[in-house]
Write a protein that binds this ligand. Structure first.
Ligand SMILES: [Fe+2]
Length: 182
């Protein structure tokens, strides 16, 4: 095998699904269906498979079998999560909208559903005039799911080209900005 082939085969291609522990699978299934339109691929109850003593619900956005997995251990007592407190864990995870129009519609949907918007909408940019001075060039807002997992909804994140330049949604480079590693 050539060196380049070895390097290519050692590259993972994306960060994909997340699995969340939830206190009630029915409640979370409804939330992720109603708010984001995820569909149930399959659901299993505890001990259906002897190796899996907990409930699992596999949900998808597109063609892959799952983008989100809800898990629940019926023998476990789930204390209420205190927002911005507790041991180290996932700070948030994110769903990408195809464009700003879609992002705005999700923002309206979050308001209609009376979801707790814990941050935003905000443009994470130190360069664009509407930006908040932070990083990524993307629009975002953040809500909490029924177990207070923080979810980010975003669009228009900058892409980084082969030379490390940041390319914004409009195709322009962010001046004087380069990725730390190329
Ligand atoms: Fe984020």
């Amino acid at each position: 095998m050539k060196n380049e082939e070895i390097v290519d085969s050692l590259k993972v291609i994306k960060c994909q699904h997340v699995s969340l522990e939830v206190s009630n699978v029915d409640v979370s299934l409804k939330f992720y269906r109603d708010f984001l339109g995820l569909k149930l691929s399959e659901r299993h109850f505890a001990n259906e498979n002897p190796a899996i003593p907990f409930e699992m619900a596999f949900m998808r956005l597109g063609k892959q079998h799952h983008d989100l997995v809800l898990t629940h251990d019926p023998k476990r007592n789930y204390p209420e999560k205190i927002f911005n407190s507790g041991p180290a864990g996932i700070h948030h995870y994110a769903f990408e909208c195809p464009n700003k129009k879609s992002f705005d519609m999700y923002l309206e949907r979050a308001k209609e559903m009376s979801l707790e918007i814990v941050r935003g909408p905000v443009l994470h940019s130190a360069y664009q005039s509407k930006g908040d001075g932070t990083w990524g060039e993307n629009w975002s807002f953040y809500v909490l799911d029924p177990d207070k997992h923080r979810i980010e909804i975003f669009c228009e994140m900058a892409e980084i080209d082969n030379a490390g330049h940041y390319i914004m949604e409009n195709g322009k480079k962010v001046p004087d900005k380069k990725a730390e590693e190329i």
